[in-house]
Write a protein that binds this ligand. Structure first.
Ligand SMILES: Cc1ncc(COP(=O)(O)O)c(C=O)c1O
Length: 461
């Protein structure tokens, strides 16, 4: 393979599946530019093969907390590689690195007497939570208590059970038949809950609808509710303040397990160490991944409370994962946690929220389409309700491309006529870097809006 951008682009298109990338459409609109090929990263920046430096505003998918190629994480990993690169947790053997990490996590997660199962991804952690919930009730003599409830427009992973748990039609509809026993709950956020619109005022009815649905399904048939503390797809959906306490109450009242999916929220992204900490919620199980290692080595984990674990002590769960507790991933996680704590990155994320909101509101000032800015800590969204007469997919592609040209790579997703920009830079971003990113987004937003609005006005003339 030649080491020219053109040949790397061709091979990437022809040999590698990229998520949600329509390369023919990109080629037609931006000839010769896609895919952008990254060759290096440093701090909050990624560098492409043209030498163009962009701030990573979310191409890391919520993984990157301490920044790219952090020398301390690299040193910890390389030291671990020279000491013990891998050994498993099979039948009677353990290792010091996984024990140290589990002990450290135990002091951080809001669970009673937690025990940890390690995985390689967030999907596997959620998949395991679902298996444990069902096996737990089977062992208690309640095999009929096996339904798993998850919320509208949520994402929980790519395995079959987590695809079923995911409630975004595009991620599940083509894969029918899905896993039986899953039921949809409302999402507590206007525009996503089924009862109020984007821009509407949330009447807080979701929790009552949830209670009614539990009654209709039969509480004795429900094993668990699986939910992100703050759901991310499409918008940063911070629920009304009484939602999580009341959800916990409902679970307690009916003996339903509560599983918090902290795969994105976990490790500081929302301005608290975990999303559950916003409401002092103690889930029964908690899945985590992504920022656990800041992405240096893939690692996921499921924390399970003591009450559940006791049922498995004398008759272990039949579930194996070769790479569980991988020593190099443990080293990356320990160092990431050191940096997070030492540099105060969680508090810094919380402190950035007002500037994030101000910057993104400035970005949409003068935009005549319905818009909404939502944020929590260092993760924010801008939703644009694109008029039916404008091609929303073209807006989505242009917005991504313009942000890139303005020095920020982030995520832009689309519902039918809604285009959503998601911005979540590394937690280590400085104030001046954040200001640079926000002004780049503002320029990109304004030029994309004016281009499409002008085209629309000209087509009407
Ligand atoms: C909330 C949530 N849960 C689970 C997952 C699945 O994690 P992974 O892609 O590591 O399997 C994701 C991935 O984006 C996620 O956002």
């Amino acid at each position: 393979m030649e080491n020219s951008t053109v040949s790397v682009q061709t091979v990437a298109v022809e040999r590698v599946r990229h998520f949600a990338a329509n390369f023919p459409a990109l080629e037609k609109r931006f000839e010769g530019k896609y895919p952008r090929i990254f060759v290096s990263g440093h701090g909050v920046y990624l560098v492409d093969s043209d030498g163009h430096r962009v701030i990573d505003g979310g191409n890391h998918l919520g993984v990157c907390s301490v920044g790219h190629t952090h020398p301390e994480v690299i040193a910890a990993i390389s030291e671990q590689l020279q000491t013990l690169e891998f050994t498993s947790l099979e039948a009677g053997a353990s290792h010091v690195y996984v024990a140290q990490l589990a002990e450290r996590l135990a002091s951080l997660v809001p669970l009673e007497g937690p025990i940890f199962s390690f995985t390689s991804t967030g999907s596997e952690a959620n998949e395991l939570a679902i298996k444990i919930a069902r096996d737990y009730f089977r062992r208690l003599g309640q095999p009929g208590r096996n339904k798993i409830l998850t919320r509208q427009s949520s994402y929980h992973g790519s395995s079959y059970a987590t695809t079923t748990a995911t409630r975004i039609p595009a991620f599940r509809d083509s894969f029918q038949p899905l896993v039986p026993g899953f039921v949809e709950l409302p999402q507590p956020f206007p525009g996503y809950c089924g009862s109020c619109d984007l821009g509407g005022v949330c009447p807080g009815a979701c929790i009552q609808q949830t209670a009614d649905l539990i009654e209709r399904e039969g509480p004795e048939t429900i094993a668990a509710i699986l939910a992100e503390p703050i759901s991310i797809p499409g918008a940063i959906k911070v629920p009304p303040s009484d939602y999580w306490p009341r959800l916990r109450e409902l679970c307690d009242q009916h003996g339903i397990l509560l599983i918090a999916d902290e795969v994105v929220c976990g490790f500081g992204r929302t301005g608290k160490l975990f999303g559950c900490n916003h409401w002092d919620i103690r889930p029964d199980m908690m899945s985590m991944a992504k920022a656990l290692t800041s992405g240096y080595i893939p690692m996921g984990a499921l924390a399970v409370n003591r009450r559940i674990q006791e049922v498995f002590v004398n008759d272990p769960l039949a579930h194996v994962n070769t790479y569980a507790g991988h020593p190099v991933a443990c080293a990356a996680a320990m160092k990431t946690l050191d940096i997070l704590e030492r540099d105060g990155l969680v508090e810094q994320a919380a402190g950035y929220e007002p500037s994030l909101v101000r910057g993104l509101e400035a970005a949409v000032s003068g935009v005549s389409w319905t818009t909404r800015v939502s944020a929590c800590g260092l993760i924010a969204s801008v939703e644009l309700q694109v008029p039916a007469t404008i091609d929303a997919e073209a807006v989505r592609m242009d917005l991504w491309n313009e942000c890139y040209e303005q020095g920020v790579v982030l995520r832009v997703t689309r519902g039918a006529q809604t285009v959503s920009l998601l911005f979540y830079p590394p937690l280590s971003i400085s104030e001046s870097e954040l200001a640079v990113a926000l002004s780049g987004i503002e320029r990109a937003m304004q030029s994309t809006y004016h281009l499409h609005q002008r085209n629309l006005e000209e087509s009407i003339k």
